[in-house]
Design a protein around this ligand. Structure first.
Ligand SMILES: [Zn+2]
Length: 527
């Protein structure tokens, strides 16, 4: 048992250093949480084997040697995690019993999104920003003052602040800014917005940080010379009035309220524009927070109710090539099914052949130059976007000796697939002779935003394309369909899946679309 505990401690500690100090996670959040929970359970069951330096008793990782150290005036705590509604209910019961409250006595709480970024503590003296420090191990962080001064969301001066005010919050990057940064040919391509935010803030050259689109949300405070308010929600409103963006905590009066906020944010998670990994619940009354106090690394008055992990590792079974409307050959990863962010994922985009090879179109390395091969263990990332991406690869589990060979002919029609200089995409040269391109073009032509023909969806387009009697091979043939049907012997209405009414309806909706606005026509033709 002692050996198992020692091994778990070692793995969790190594993951802490990789995540917090090097901004390069070595395992998924879900795997990390599972290891840490197992370790905590074993330590609880074997108190004789407990140790003060166990990763369950510490926060984050020691600061990097590259930065000057800052000792926090007040420790930066971590949060207790919960993964189920039962654990949230348990948390509330424990607090009630600690405070001696009756089960039906009111207990106001706040609920706010948990931003997936990098914690930062800002110290203001006489209303001026004098120091910014990362969390580090909670006691000692890294001095990143010059870098923090370049972030527009962080006020340099606050006119009506208490003499000493430490504001705590999260530095993060929006999905839009993250995508633009990775596309801009920055010296490094990041796996996700959190790594990009952390890597951008922890730069030795503040000039680089200044060019990175970092943002800041305030969610709390450290040392203060005068209270901001007598409630959590009041204090955050005060920070908002001082000019900080806040996570806009919502006031809740019951477990059901808290869980409703969680469910709402979980559902809207993909459209918020930035990554969140859960919801944080806090007791609203600050005098109750004081009475509840702290454990070794976490407050008793707050809880992080996490979402299912958005990163997972799985096996890349094979790489398939899809041919689009313009002939672009797009590589798609077929994966061993894995749950990412609560959704089962089996396909993910691999962008283009350069991305698979491990560099961008300018030859700059992606994933430090690691290529992706069939059979590899890959990290799948899904957040914000609906389309999951393959972000990274585990070289230690690689068995395939061969690089992936991107095809130079179209897998659909066999025509040569050509890559023009300066283009990151390889395209089939078969034009409309390529069935994949012809079908995609027809599908686009009849889509909602273009001709929008009722009864002629993607499935029907594919069937008519292959139909030997009544084919639609190009858009103009849609408008001759009724006449050709009337002239033929094998009428559409007599076919399987069709009847008098459905055939009539189709011909009528085509007829109605004979003249459409020019804008739609241009869109439909893809010009
Ligand atoms: Zn083709």
């Amino acid at each position: 048992m002692a050996a198992r505990i020692a091994s778990l401690r070692e793995r969790v500690a190594a993951a802490d250093v990789a995540y917090h100090r090097d901004d390069a996670p070595v395992m998924s959040d879900a795997d990390y949480d599972a290891l840490k929970r197992e370790l905590a359970a074993l330590e609880a069951a074997h108190p004789d084997l407990a140790a003060a330096d166990s990763p369950t008793q510490t926060v984050g990782a020691a600061p990097s040697e590259r930065f000057a150290k800052v000792r926090h005036a007040q420790r930066m705590m971590s949060l207790e995690n919960a993964f189920t509604p039962e654990a949230v209910a348990d948390f509330i019961t424990r607090m009630r019993s600690f405070l001696g409250l009756a089960p039906d006595a009111p207990l106001a709480m706040t609920a706010e999104p948990k931003i997936d970024g990098l914690s930062l503590s800002l110290r203001y003296e006489q209303g001026r920003l004098v120091q910014a420090a990362t969390r580090g191990d909670g006691t000692t962080g890294e001095n990143v003052t010059a870098n923090a001064r370049t972030i527009a969301d962080i006020p340099a001066v606050i006119p009506d602040a208490p003499d000493v005010l430490e504001v705590r919050g999260e530095v993060y990057m929006t999905h839009e800014d993250f995508a633009a940064l990775n596309d801009s040919g920055a010296d490094r391509v990041f796996a996700n917005p959190r790594n990009a935010a952390a890597g951008s803030l922890r730069q030795l050259d503040p000039g680089i940080t200044a060019r990175r689109p970092l943002r800041f949300f305030a969610y709390g405070w450290g040392q203060i010379s005068a209270p901001l308010a007598d409630t959590q929600s009041g204090a955050i409103a005060r920070l908002a009035a001082m000019g900080f963006a806040t996570t806009s905590p919502r006031l809740c009066s019951s477990l059901a309220d808290l869980l409703a906020v969680w469910a709402d944010l979980e559902q809207r998670r993909a459209t918020l524009g930035f990554d969140i990994d859960g919801v944080v619940y806090k007791v609203d009354d600050l005098s109750l927070q004081d009475r509840l106090g702290f454990r070794s690394t976490t407050p008793r008055w707050a809880l992080a109710h996490k979402f299912p992990a958005e990163i997972a590792w799985t096996r890349l079974e094979r790489i398939e090539i899809q041919v689009g409307r313009t002939g672009a050959l797009s590589p798609v990863a077929r994966l061993a099914p894995v749950t990412v962010g609560g959704v089962v994922v089996q396909n993910a985009t691999l962008h283009n052949e350069d991305y698979i090879a491990g560099h961008d179109s300018r030859g700059q390395p992606i994933r430090d130059g690691r290529d992706i091969r069939e059979g590899d263990w890959v990290q799948v990332y899904r957040a914000g976007d609906v389309i999951p991406k393959v972000a990274d690869v585990d070289l230690s589990r690689r068995t395939n000796p061969d690089h992936y060979e991107f095809p130079t002919t179209c897998p659909e029609c066999g025509s040569e697939a050509i890559r023009e200089p300066g283009d990151s995409v390889r395209r089939c040269s078969g034009g409309l002779g390529c069935p994949a391109q012809a079908i995609e073009r027809l599908r686009h032509f009849v889509s909602r935003a273009a001709f929008d023909i009722e009864g002629l969806g993607a499935k029907q387009v594919e069937a008519f394309y292959a139909d030997p009697v009544l084919p639609i091979r190009e858009p103009a043939e849609i408008f001759t369909l009724a006449a050709r049907d009337a002239a033929g012997l094998a009428r559409l209405k007599n076919r399987d899946g069709w009847g008098e009414r459905s055939a009539e309806n189709l011909f009528r909706s085509i007829e109605e679309r004979r003249s459409i606005p020019l804008a739609r026509l241009i869109f439909a033709l893809g010009i």
